[in-house]
Design a protein around this ligand. Sequence first.
Ligand code: CO
Length: 134
Amino acid sequence: MIGRLNHVAIATSDLEKASAIYRDLLGAKVSAPVPQPEHGVTTVFVELPGSKVELLAPLGEASPIANFLVRNPGGGVHHLCFEVDDIVAARDRLLAKGARLAGSAEPKTGAHGKPVLFLHPKDFGGTLIELEQA
Ligand code: CO
């Protein structure tokens, strides 16, 4: 059902430091920071062949990554995003098999302008999973 690994998201409280690791130490192509107020994060995209790393820093009062950074003050892997062909069909299949969602059951428009859903880490080996309709 799942397709390409669209991105690995890494939460950080220091976007410039995290960007410098990928740009200067690892030699990757790194975007400028993109504020995404509707998602409560500022994002830096690290372009890789066939996939991406997204660096996320909190933006605004109620950032969805704020609690994660309280628990992980040094930052860390926040979620994996897999592509699916049909997000509603994927959701219905997962719910029928007993998987739990994290957040809304209705797909929202994600950081790339495509419908996304999140799956609860308790059902996925401790990892928050994002599904994005390809
Ligand atoms: Co994501």
